[in-house]
Write a protein that binds this ligand. Structure first.
Ligand code: FPP
Length: 251
């Protein structure tokens, strides 16, 4: 068991869950079995996040690019998502987990949208950990949608081009009101950001592991958090400046 230091934990963890297909292939199973086992990892990681008191967890569950996958796989993923949300509702309520979804949700099948809406509504009073699923999500598409929203405000005369600041852009992203992720975890050994949180990850620490998502459970998660706690985040300042600021503020 690893020792985590509560004050040093990230406030927002984002995860690119990758490797379900390879996990299944290694076992001569079909890809859907990999996704099912991946859903078990989701369950365990959400539970662990709540238990250790991390307030924000975002999981990249279905990208805009994932629409290119075979129809049967998309169908199975949608079914699995619905099943997961229904099965987990009680636990989310008991543990104060607030659920939300970001992305082009209107592109998802209507029945999935309905379960999403219901889960968002029921869990909305919860205050412990916010679980966000990125669904039909793409970082470039998110920026495009934000630019369109800002352009419309300019056209209406609500703002001018001089009002465009980092804050205004952030307020028009799907993640409005959420802190930027402190830690990004990507499983399965791929070293890409795959169109995820392109704006939000400016200063995010990245942790990559060869472990495939269905095998990424509590112990692996704690290893990632422990590694994060060892990193020094400088946000563009020098190491000396960070140490100096710490000695002034941590007294
Ligand atoms: C990547 O594995 C994973 C996905 C495209 C979907 C993520 C879905 C889950 C973890 C399961 C269900 C989710 C929830 C929220 C219940 P891959 O298929 O790209 O794996 P590969 O690269 O090895 O083929």
């Amino acid at each position: 068991m690893v020792d985590l230091i509560p004050e040093k934990l990230p406030k927002h963890v984002a995860i690119i869950m990758d490797g379900n297909g390879r996990w299944a292939k290694q076992r001569a199973m079909n890809r859907i079995r990999g996704h099912e086992e991946g859903a078990e990892s989701v369950r365990e990681i959400v539970r662990a996040t709540r238990q250790i008191g991390i307030p924000w967890l975002t999981l990249y569950a279905f990208s805009e690019e994932n629409w290119k996958r075979p129809r049967y796989e998309i169908g199975a993923l949608m079914k699995l998502l619905k099943r997961f949300l229904k099965a987990e509702l009680n636990e989310m309520m008991e543990n104060g987990i607030k659920f939300q979804a970001i992305g082009r949700i209107y592109k998802l099948p209507r029945d999935v949208q309905e379960v999403l809406q219901e889960t968002v509504k029921k869990t909305s009073p919860n205050r412990e950990t916010v679980l966000t699923l990125a669904l039909s999500y793409g970082g470039r598409q998110e920026m495009m949608d934000a630019m369109r929203a800002i352009a419309q405000k300019i056209e209406k005369g609500d703002v001018t081009s001089r009002d465009i600041t980092e804050e205004l852009i952030a307020e028009n992203l799907y993640t409005a009101g959420m802190p930027d992720p402190d830690l990004l975890i990507r499983t399965s050994g791929e070293c890409r950001v795959s169109n995820f949180f392109l704006w939000q990850m400016a200063y995010t620490e990245i942790y990559m592991t060869p472990t495939l998502w269905p095998d990424f459970r509590r112990e692996e998660y704690f290893k990632a958090l422990e590694e994060y706690e060892r990193r020094e985040r400088r946000f563009g300042a020098t190491g000396d400046q960070v140490a100096d600021a710490k000695s002034r503020w941590d007294l």
